[in-house]
Structures are given as structure tokens and as C-alpha cells.
Design a binder for this molecule. Structure first.
Ligand code: ZN
Length: 348
């Protein structure tokens, strides 16, 4: 499972990912260690010169840890080229720390808190780093969910109104935005010593969220078609707009009376939990979001949600190194077989 904090950061097969800031600081104490990390992500089996193809230990410079020089052709190779760290004036440790905070620990970080945490002298710098990292999260995950579920698993789909309630004028829907969500609901494999049916053993897999203009069949079914693999079991409320799902190839299970909060809680609990977390995040961190920017925030929320068991994936993805993958499966986490995703696992 979790590698100890002192584990060798240069062992790429199972690169440890820290679970706390102190662990993080032990693993990435200086720019040299960060640079070694970038190097390992790019060449899991050791340096190979992109210019002349020479393999083997390059020249290194103490004062410029982000640069390697080929021993053969003597050309310099920048480790940050092609990543968001390219041409940065900030130390690599600052970027690593920032990506770590954003991906795993404090999603609600404001630029001011961020500046303080990172010990940056200028607010502007904190803002720009945060902005660049956010940009990596607002690209939507494009593949469909629900495709690799087992017999007991299904997808919950529902809508909710977001925003507009913070202005003190009651809950008028005129300035609220309709959001639709789909979430994989998976059955946790039982572990030894488990109490029977603890919480039903259900947990959330991947999430998709979209702004939709209305509750027409075109909007709701259109979203399901974009977000969910045909063939999946899809649970919704009994709104007539969802009636077409069966014809679109889904195993559709409409829940009658799902407009009753108690019934909804029982049959659509996971998507409601996701909605509720989303709303407190939007309220608490951003004090509401304007409708035209909401989709970007939905994407950011989903990005983190979909990688929450694997912050390492989020971290790499934010730095623009290695695979941009969501976590492929959560089963290993619960069966105790989870291993940290390896740097070499990105197709080299
Ligand atoms: Zn070379």
C-alpha cells in the first residue's frame, strides 16, 4: 500500500505519492528532486537524448536542475519543455507544491491563502499559478461512464438547480442554473471482517456534470447519450423526459415518486450526495458562480471528484506530465490491492 515517506523518489516503478504535506516536503524538498521526478516521468527507463538518441547518464548542473546535457551531442534538454512549467521563473518546488495542494488537499484554496501557504511575495504570482493549474482541470473528461460496470452496478442520473439562492431574495428560480449529473454507483467488494451490508457497500465511481437549458427530453436524454455508455443500467426519477432512454439502448429504471426527498434519498443517494458537495463547494469557496462560468467549475469539481482516490493522477495531470487519465478502477482500493499508479504506466 502506501510507500513510506523516505522511499526513494527515484524508483519509478511505484513512485510514492505523499499523503500529507510533511511527506510531500520530504519527497520534494528541492528543485533537484522535482527535476528528477520530471526526468523519470519522461524516461522511465533512463535518459535518452531526443536529439541524437544516445542513452546513458547525461551531464547535470547544480545551478540548473531543470536542464540535462547529452554527453554525446552536447545539446541541452529542458525537463519542463512542453509542460505548464515551461519557462517558469518560479522554483519547481513551488509548482509541485501548488499542484499537490490543488489536486489533493485543499480544493477551496483562494489565491490569497495560496500565496500565504507557498510563501510567495506577490499575489499576482499565486493567482497565475492557480489559474494555470485550474486551466488543466476545466477540460472535460470526454469518455462515457458506466461502460465497465459489473452486474450490481448502475448509473444514477438526476438534475438540480445551482446558484441564485445566496442573494437573500428567497429561492426564486429565475437566476438559478439547471445542472444535470450522472454518477456510477458501484458495489464495494466485501472485505473480511466487514459488518454485513455496511452502508449497502455502495460508493461513487466517476461523475459527469453538465449545464442544461431545460428539462425537455432533448436536453435530458441528450446528456445521458453524451455521458453514459449504452447498455448501462440507468436510474432516474419518473419524469416523462427520460422515457426515451429505453429506446436509446439503456436499461432504464425510472423511480416513481422520486420527487419526494425521502424516496430520492433512497434510490438516487449518490448523485444527491455529489450535488450537495458541489453546492457547498461553490458556496463556500466561490461564493456563488455566474451561469456563464458554471460549466468550468463543474468540470473542475468532476476532475477532482473522479481522481479523489488517486490524487497522484490529478497531480501528474495538472503538471502536464504523464497520462491525463481518470482512475481506471476503484475496486483495487477496496480489495486492498491498490498500488500507486506508476510513472511508467503512461504508455512508454
Ligand atoms: Zn544527444
Amino acid at each position: 500500500m502506501m510507500a513510506p515517506a523516505h522511499a526513494d523518489v527515484f524508483k519509478w516503478e511505484h513512485l510514492p505519492f505523499p499523503k500529507s504535506l510533511p511527506q510531500f516536503q520530504k519527497l520534494f524538498p528541492d528543485d533537484d528532486r522535482c527535476a528528477r521526478y520530471l526526468e523519470g516521468a519522461r524516461w522511465p527507463r533512463g535518459f535518452e537524448c531526443p536529439h541524437c538518441g544516445t542513452k546513458g547518464e547525461p551531464f547535470r548542473f547544480e545551478a540548473r536542475p531543470g536542464v540535462l546535457r547529452c554527453r554525446d551531442c552536447r545539446r541541452d534538454i529542458s525537463l519542463t519543455a512542453g509542460t505548464i512549467l515551461e519557462r517558469t521563473k518560479q522554483p519547481l518546488t513551488t509548482w509541485f507544491w501548488a499542484a499537490y495542494l490543488v489536486s489533493s488537499m485543499t480544493p477551496g484554496l483562494s489565491a490569497v491563502q495560496f500565496q500565504r501557504q507557498l510563501g510567495l511575495s506577490r499575489y499576482e504570482t499565486a493567482f497565475q499559478i492557480l489559474h494555470k493549474l485550474r486551466a488543466g482541470m476545466v477540460r472535460p473528461d470526454r469518455d462515457k461512464i458506466g461502460g465497465n460496470l459489473t452486474r450490481k452496478d448502475h448509473v444514477e442520473v438526476d438534475e438540480t438547480w445551482v446558484g441564485g439562492a445566496t442573494r437573500g431574495e428567497g429561492r426564486g428560480v429565475h437566476d438559478q442554473t439547471l445542472v444535470i449529473g450522472a454518477v456510477e454507483v458501484r458495489q464495494r467488494p466485501p472485505k473480511k471482517g466487514d459488518k454485513p451490508e455496511r452502508k449497502g457497500g455502495r460508493y461513487a465511481g466517476r461523475l459527469r456534470l453538465d449545464v442544461v437549458p431545460d428539462r425537455t427530453a432533448k436536453s435530458l436524454c441528450g446528456f445521458v447519450e453524451r455521458a453514459v455508455e449504452p447498455g448501462a443500467i440507468v436510474i432516474t426519477d419518473a419524469a416523462p423526459s427520460y422515457a426515451g432512454l429505453e429506446k436509446l439502448g439503456y436499461a432504464h429504471l425510472p423511480v416513481v415518486e422520486a420527487s419526494d426527498p425521502k424516496v430520492a434519498e433512497e434510490y438516487l443517494p449518490i448523485i444527491h450526495l455529489a450535488f450537495s458537495n458541489l453546492k457547498s463547494w461553490l458556496r463556500g469557496t466561490h461564493h456563488g458562480v455566474s451561469p456563464q462560468h458554471l460549466q468550468a467549475y463543474l468540470n473542475e469539481f468532476s476532475f477532482r471528484f473522479n481522481r479523489r482516490f488517486y490524487p497522484f493522477n490529478a497531480f501528474r495531470s495538472l503538471l502536464g506530465i504523464g497520462a491525463n487519465g481518470e482512475s481506471p478502477t476503484y475496486d483495487g482500493l477496496y480489495s486492498g490491492e491498490w498500488k500507486h499508479p506508476s510513472v511508467s504506466g503512461h504508455g512508454n
